[in-house]
Design a binder for this molecule. Structure first.
Ligand SMILES: Cc1ncc(COP(=O)(O)O)c(C=O)c1O
Length: 366
């Protein structure tokens, strides 16, 4: 059996996702008892205590299928974003929402435009459907080349993805420029704003994707509970769009994609504003601390609007990543994105950040 005979042709163009190293793997490899993972943009504090209580309460009903529409959660998200619950779709993580968008919109030969480097799932969800990814490089300062993206739009363009803030660079699209861009995109093209890190944007006047949805643009705003809300293991993501844009995505969604525990945890998290403010504040402080310390070590740091930093070591990052692992810190090497001298560092707790900086300083000075 060879790859090319039995597999769908589109699948032969894809590789399985290679995740960052797991804590267990690194513990075993280096014989360490304590590992700090600053590689997957997870929340260092865990879920809100209210979410944990809600999960415990929901566990006893695990023999019953979950409420299939995530009605309570959609109601709360509708209130939060000022949209009708019918404009919200909840599914099994933002990854799953992005795959559903590909299934809903991309015919063989359709073109899908996005900037690179960015989140890998846009390519997967396009290629698996027989679509053609049109990749536009970011500008020299890691910003989106919006003019380049517009120039790449043809009659075959079906979707445009904008990861805002962008993973792995942490950059955002200027708000006014985004609005101009949306006005220029042909109305038959759907713009997917992946706002997995959108809650971390610390710019008071910044508009959320939901606002563009409310203004009637053919925009799908994608979010997750994996980052700000610390629920990565629960797998809850959602999309906000107008009903005509959302309908085909809903049509391909599985019947019960969100477990009872996940639905309850996500809904309870939205009620915990104190927790949310704490996470946002400590993230802000952590970003400032890490940026300052890294610059003092002559590491290039891109201003970040997320919970991670894209850092230029100005040397091959691989041996540094390896040495950090031996010291108990996992960070994300950026070679697969075409940046062999960069690493992506998730903001941890103050202790984790301090420990990481000390370990990196020792390695770079050696
Ligand atoms: C930009 C971006 N979008 C989507 C996701 C997927 O999030 P989820 O955990 O909800 O699948 C991630 C996860 O890292 C991400 O970085």
């Amino acid at each position: 059996m060879t790859r090319s005979t039995l597999w769908r042709q589109e699948v032969t163009k894809l590789e399985a996702y290679v995740p960052g190293k797991s804590i267990e793997e690194v513990q075993k490899q280096y014989g360490l008892s304590e590992i700090t993972r600053l590689a997957s943009n997870e929340n260092p504090y865990g879920p809100s205590p209210k979410a944990i209580d809600a999960m415990n309460a929901a566990a006893a009903d695990s023999h019953l299928y979950p409420e299939p529409t995530s009605a309570e959660l959609r109601g709360k998200l509708g209130t939060l974003y000022g949209v009708d619950p019918s404009q919200v779709l909840v599914s099994n993580g933002a990854d799953n929402v992005l795959m559903l968008i590909g299934q809903a919109y991309v015919n063989p030969g359709d073109e899908v435009v996005y900037c690179v480097p960015t989140f890998s799932v846009y390519r997967t969800s396009t290629v698996v459907m027989g679509g053609v990814p049109i990749e536009v490089p970011l500008t020299g300062d890691y910003k989106f080349d919006l003019d380049g993206m517009l120039a790449a739009v043809t009659e075959r363009t079906k979707l445009i993805y904008l990861c805002n803030p962008n993973n792995p660079t942490g950059t955002i699209v200027d708000c006014a420029a985004l609005e101009e861009f949306l006005k220029k995109v042909p109305p038959r093209v759907v713009v997917v704003l992946d706002e997995a890190y959108g809650e971390f944007i610390d710019v008071p006047s910044y508009k959320t994707g939901a606002e563009y949805v409310r203004e009637g643009y053919p925009v799908i705003s994608v979010h997750t509970f994996s980052k700000l809300y610390g629920l990565a293991a629960m797998r809850v993501g959602y999309a906000i769009a107008n009903p005509d844009v959302l309908a085909p995505v809903l049509a391909v969604r599985e019947p019960f994609p969100v477990s009872r525990m996940a639905n309850s945890a996500a809904a309870a998290s939205l009620d915990d504003t104190e927790y949310r403010e704490f996470i946002l504040r400590t993230n802000r402080e952590g970003l400032a601390y890490l940026s300052e310390q890294l610059r003092q070590m002559n590491v290039g740091v891109n201003p970040s609007y997320s919970n991670f930093l894209f850092a230029d070591l100005h040397r091959d990052a691989a041996p540094v990543v390896e040495a950090l692992m031996k010291a108990g810190y996992i960070v994300r090497p950026c070679k697969s994105w075409g940046y062999p001298e960069h690493i992506r560092i998730t903001v941890g707790s103050p202790d984790q950040n301090k420990g990481f900086i000390e370990a990196l300083r020792t390695i770079l000075e050696a």
